[in-house]
Write a protein that binds this ligand. Sequence first.
Ligand SMILES: [Zn+2]
Length: 124
Amino acid sequence: MAKYTTRACADCGIRLPQPEMFQREDFVRVGNSKSGISIFTFLGALFGRKDSARAIGKWLWNSNQRNYNRKKTLWVCGECSGHKNTKIKKPSLIGKFFKFIFKLIFIITVLMAFLFLLVVFFGQ
Ligand SMILES: [Zn+2]
């Protein structure tokens, strides 16, 4: 039997062999481009440091892109990705089916009782 790399689900943390996992693309926010700027950078620019001036220039131009999203590939299990029905979902589906049947039986019973009453009162 071939052994696969196990992957941890990004949602529930379950560890499964890679073929049982699904890839999901997510966007993660990464740090801003201003982080390289400090008061010393400004002081440096004031004292004529070219690299400081360049850093400030970059910082000014990138001010609109303070936070940007980076695409990240996550591994999620079949249940979390929605590819597989969960063990919890299956009984609830059966439950829904039974609820529907009971409702149907109830409606039929009420209708029969109503028809019976109609026959009793107006049948003669
Ligand atoms: Zn999961």
